[in-house]
Every structure is written in C-alpha cells, then in structure tokens.
Design a protein around this ligand. Structure first.
Ligand code: HEM
Length: 98
C-alpha cells in the first residue's frame, strides 16, 4: 500500500512526512548555525557575521511559518492510529489483542 498525499487512519501522508522532516532539518541547521554565531569573536562590523545572522533570522521565520502550515494541515487531516513501532512481537499495552 503506497503513501497518499493526505493522512489516513493507518499512517501519515506524504505532505505531513515532508513537513515533519523539512522542519527537523531546518531546526537542526538553526541550532548549529546559532551555536556557531554566538562563538564568533566580537569584532565590530563584520559583513560575514551579519550575513549569517540574516540567514539565521530568515530560516527562523520560515520555521515559524511552516509551524502554522503544519498545524493547519494537522487540524484538517485524520490523525493516524497510534501504534508503537519499536515493540516488535508482543505489545505491552493492555488492548494489544484488539
Ligand atoms: C529552533 C531554533 C531556533 C530558531 C527558530 C531561531 C530563530 C531566530 C530568529 C527568528 C531570530 C531573529 C530574532 C529577532 O530579530 O528579533 C533569531 C536571532 C538569534 N538567534 Fe536564533 N533561533 C534558533 C536557535 C538559536 C540557537 C541555538 C542560538 C545560539 C545558541 C541562536 C542564536 C541567535 C542569536 C545570537 C540571534 C540574534 C542575532 C542578532 O544579533 O540579531 N538561535 N533566532
């Protein structure tokens, strides 16, 4: 069974998965860039540093915008049934036999 665009009760659709991983990559990039920025020496006016900060702000605002897109997508889609993926074999939950 392939993955559709929208979520189904059996799993997330391609848009939700794409938004999830896009935000994951951007947030990790922001953290790495932010930590790098604050380590740079304070040398007064420095074009390279300013460019990095502008990129950081830009990506930060994109992440904020994407968060609302994601929220909107989530509110307008079915949420798949929760199934713990890492418990192979016997499920520890009481309703596992259903
Ligand atoms: C999810 C992670 C992050 C997001 C979404 C984010 C987002 C942003 C945004 C939108 C701004 C602009 C704020 C403004 O202009 O008032 C900003 C500024 C800044 N961020 Fe981040 N940030 C993140 C992580 C980090 C981390 C981990 C650090 C460093 C430890 C960091 C360091 C900074 C600094 C130093 C500025 C100010 C730059 C300036 O002087 O204008 N950020 N960030």
């Amino acid at each position: 069974m392939g993955i559709g665009i929208k979520n189904t009760k059996n799993g997330y659709g391609s848009i939700a998965i794409f938004l999830h991983w896009l935000m994951a990559v951007l947030i990790i990039a922001l953290i790495i860039l932010g930590l790098y920025m604050v380590k740079l020496p304070d040398v007064g006016f420095n074009i390279q540093k300013i460019v990095l900060i502008l990129w950081h702000k830009e990506v930060g605002m994109v992440v904020l915008a994407l968060a609302s897109v994601r929220l909107g997508w989530r509110l307008n889609n079915i949420i798949p049934i929760y199934r713990p993926m890492f418990l192979s074999g016997k499920n520890l939950l009481p309703d596992a036999s259903i």
